[in-house]
Design a protein around this ligand. Structure first.
Ligand SMILES: CC(C)(COP(=O)(O)OP(=O)(O)OC[C@H]1O[C@@H](n2cnc3c(N)ncnc32)[C@H](O)[C@@H]1OP(=O)(O)O)[C@@H](O)C(=O)NCCC(=O)NCCS
Length: 377
């Protein structure tokens, strides 16, 4: 088996592989700026593919380069022979070479990705929303998004995104904010001095209305954008709202006891621990005295960061250097959920992914996690 970079000559074969794997039409050449691909050849013929998006994901307020893996597809005749696994192993080296210390993917087959170190580390959620539960909000001076509004709209989004661990910075070339102008609905609430107070983007299809972003700098703007959706009552009973700002869906909507949230899990892999730690923001480090924890990273698929490392907190910053006693044993799969703050060291220990006293790791991320009750009363 040969694994190589995808070229423009592979366009037809890659399109075919993706069509067979995912259905649909899979139009166009998947390669473009901000996106690269790998191809697996069997007997000189493409039999598997994946793509890597050049994203940046906010952690602790800093955008960390992240390779978003998608389109993992293997020809049916070639499945079960390790083609996808070989593509992932090559992707790890490729991510490191491209300066992407993190990688995220949405997995239909978690076991495949877990075996190479990806682990659940966050959620993508869509809330299904009954229109008759919408409170009327304040009337806002909304208008369509124009070309000149795009930098302000991007700034409005990024001011929010930089405060929510995991959100992308939506920078070019991987994402072009101008694409919002091609959506069915892109409306904006202007603020003072050219600042954008908030905006809403949505797509209308036969199934209903899908609100993509509902972003506002203050409660009045958020409530006004939500209230404006009431105009769809009559035509629609419900709509769906992608959770971008958890404050909107969590604090401002009027859901009953039961409602439907569709959750997609994403898996995170720390590809290069020292580089990922250096790129992340660590707001909690400012309040910590100088401290260190000695790690022994077990990661046969990313040998460049395997072995003994010392994670050092000093003068408000955090770094990882070689050495130390290796007192805390961490398996590769533990690194993603720790880095994102989804799981604490106790949960990782119970899952068999970590051994030793790792309280400092928890203090650093703050382990915001996803709080929940498991009893109903
Ligand atoms: C999923 C897919 C990419 C796997 O490709 P593959 O080359 O057959 O995978 P591998 O041979 O490397 O398998 C690696 C491991 O994953 C497991 N696996 C693969 N496909 C699986 C499936 N559909 N369900 C459960 N486990 C699966 C294998 O059993 C194997 O486990 P093992 O090492 O313990 O034996 C391929 O089946 C495919 O293209 N499916 C359709 C598209 C798709 O679902 N893509 C994934 C998007 S996230």
């Amino acid at each position: 088996m040969l694994i190589r970079e995808q070229t423009d000559h592979d366009a037809d074969e890659v399109r075919r592989l993706r069509k067979v794997a995912f259905g649909g039409t899979a139009e166009g050449n998947p390669l473009r700026p901000g996106l690269r691909g790998l191809v697996a050849e069997l007997d000189g013929h493409p039999a598997g593919t994946l793509v890597v998006h050049e994203f940046h994901q906010y952690y602790g307020g800093a955008p960390v380069p992240m390779g978003g893996i998608g389109g993992v597809a293997v020809d049916p005749h070639a499945r079960g022979r390790g083609v996808a696994t070989a593509l992932l192993e090559r992707a790890l080296a490729d991510l490191r070479e491209h300066g992407q210390p993190l990688s995220v993917l949405y997995a239909t087959v978690p076991s495949l990705y877990r075996s190479r170190g990806w682990e659940r580390a966050g959620v993508f959620e869509v809330v299904d929303f009954a229109l008759d539960r919408l409170a009327a909000g304040p009337r806002l001076p909304a208008r369509p998004v124009g070309e000149a509004d795009l930098p302000g709209l991007h700034a409005c989004y990024n001011d929010l995104a930089s405060t929510v661990d995991g959100l992308l910075d939506r920078s070019r070339p991987a994402i072009d904010v101008a694409d919002v102008r091609g959506l069915d609905i892109a409306s904006l609430v202007p603020g003072h001095d050219g600042e954008v107070r908030g905006y809403l983007t949505a797509e209308r299809d036969r199934d209903g209305l899908r609100v993509l972003d509902l972003v506002g700098r203050d409660a009045e703007t958020q409530l006004g954008l939500l209230g404006g959706l009431a105009s769809w009552g009559g035509a629609l009973d419900r709509l769906s709202l992608r959770v971008v700002d958890p404050a909107v869906t969590g604090l401002l909507t009027n859901q009953g006891i039961r409602y439907t949230t569709t959750t997609s899990q994403w898996l995170l892999r720390v590809v290069d621990l020292p580089a990922a730690v250096a790129a992340r923001g660590w707001p909690a480090a400012r309040w910590l005295r100088p401290a260190a924890v000695d790690l022994d990273v077990e990661d046969e698929h990313a040998p460049w960061h395997a072995g003994r490392h010392r994670l050092v907190v000093e003068d408000g910053s955090v770094r990882v250097e070689r050495g130390g006693s290796g007192a805390v044993r961490v398996r590769a799969r533990a690194l993603g959920p720790w880095f994102s703050g989804m799981q604490d060291s106790h949960a990782l220990r119970r899952a068999g992914l970590l051994d030793g006293d790792a309280a400092l790791l928890d203090r650093l991320t703050g382990v915001p996690g996803v709080p929940r009750l498991a009893d109903f009363f």
